[in-house]
Design a protein around this ligand. Structure first.
Ligand SMILES: Nc1nc2c(ncn2[C@@H]2O[C@H](COP(=O)(O)OP(=O)(O)OP(=O)(O)O)[C@@H](O)[C@H]2O)c(=O)[nH]1
Length: 234
C-alpha cells in the first residue's frame, strides 16, 4: 500500500491534525450559521404575517362599528355613494331605511347600559339576518341604523320596513318589555344627492316618532324648501 501521502514527521502530523480540527470547526460553524439564517427567515415570515393580520384587523376596526359589527357610518356612506352612482347610471331604484330604537334612553336608564348594548346588538343581528346580501346595514348614530336597499323601489322598501319592525316588536330582546323601532324610508329621485336621500329618510323617521313611534313612514316628497336652503347655505 502506498503511504506516501501520510505525514512523514510528528510536526507534519500535528499540523495535519490541527488543519483537520479547524476544518471540522469551520464546518460546524457554517452549519450553525445556516440554521440560524433559516430560523431568521422563518421569524421574518411570521413577523410579516402578524403585521398583515394587525393591518387587516385595524382596517376592519376603522370600517366597522365596534359594538354591533355592522359597517360604521363612514364605510356605509362610501358604499352608498358608489351604489347611488351605479343606480343613477343604470336608472335602477334605490331606497334607504332609517331605523331608530324607540325610547332607547329609557331602556338604558331602566336596565343599564350593558343591557342597552345587548338590545342594540340584538337589533343589528335581527336586521342583518333579514336582509339580502346585496343590501347594506350601517350604524348611523347612537340607537339608529341605516339600511341601503339597491334595486328596491319605495313600495318594496316600505314592505320590508314593516316586516323588520314587526320582527323586532315580536322579539324577546328584553324579557319583560317589548322593544320597538320607528322607521323612515325614502327612495332616490332623479339627480338626487346621497345626503338629501338620507335627510328625507330621517325626516320620515322624525314624523314616525311624532306620530307615536313603533311605525313605518315613507317620504314621498322632496325636502322642504327651508331645509334645502339651509343645506345650501352650509
Ligand atoms: N347602550 C347604549 N346606549 C347608547 C349607545 N349610543 C347611544 N346610546 C344612548 O341612546 C340613547 C338615544 O336616545 P334618543 O335616540 O335620543 O332618544 P330615545 O330615548 O331613543 O327616544 P326616541 O328616539 O325619541 O324614541 C341615549 O340615551 C344615548 O345615551 C350605545 O352604544 N349603547
Amino acid at each position: 500500500m502506498d503511504a506516501s501521502w501520510l505525514p512523514s514527521s510528528p510536526v507534519a502530523s500535528m499540523a495535519a491534525l490541527i488543519c483537520f480540527l479547524l476544518w471540522v470547526l469551520t464546518l460546524g460553524y457554517c452549519l450553525k450559521l445556516m440554521a440560524r439564517i433559516r430560523r431568521l427567515g422563518v421569524q421574518k415570515e411570521q413577523a410579516c404575517e402578524a403585521q398583515l393580520h394587525i393591518q387587516q384587523q385595524l382596517h376592519k376596526l376603522t370600517r366597522t362599528d365596534a359594538l354591533t359589527g355592522v359597517w360604521n357610518r363612514q364605510r356605509f356612506g362610501e358604499n352608498a355613494e358608489a351604489e347611488l352612482k351605479r343606480c343613477q347610471r343604470y336608472t335602477h331604484p334605490l331606497s334607504v331605511l332609517c331605523i331608530d330604537l324607540d325610547h332607547f334612553n329609557e331602556i338604558n336608564n331602566s336596565y343599564g347600559h350593558s343591557i342597552g348594548d345587548e338590545v342594540l346588538n340584538g337589533v343589528a343581528r335581527l336586521l342583518q339576518s333579514a336582509i339580502r346580501q346585496s343590501d347594506a346595514l350601517g350604524r348611523w348614530s347612537g340607537g339608529s341604523f341605516m339600511l341601503l336597499l339597491p334595486h328596491t323601489p319605495l313600495e318594496q322598501a316600505l314592505e320590508l320596513a314593516e316586516k323588520l319592525r314587526r320582527r323586532i316588536a315580536s322579539s324577546n330582546l328584553l324579557v319583560d318589555s317589548p322593544v320597538a323601532v320607528s322607521i323612515g324610508a325614502a327612495s332616490l329621485q332623479p339627480d338626487e344627492a346621497l345626503e338629501t336621500l338620507f335627510q328625507r329618510a330621517e325626516m320620515a323617521l322624525s314624523q314616525a316618532k311624532r306620530e307615536g313611534r313603533n311605525r313605518t313612514l315613507g317620504c314621498l316628497s322632496e325636502l322642504p324648501l327651508a331645509t334645502q336652503r339651509g343645506r345650501q347655505a352650509v
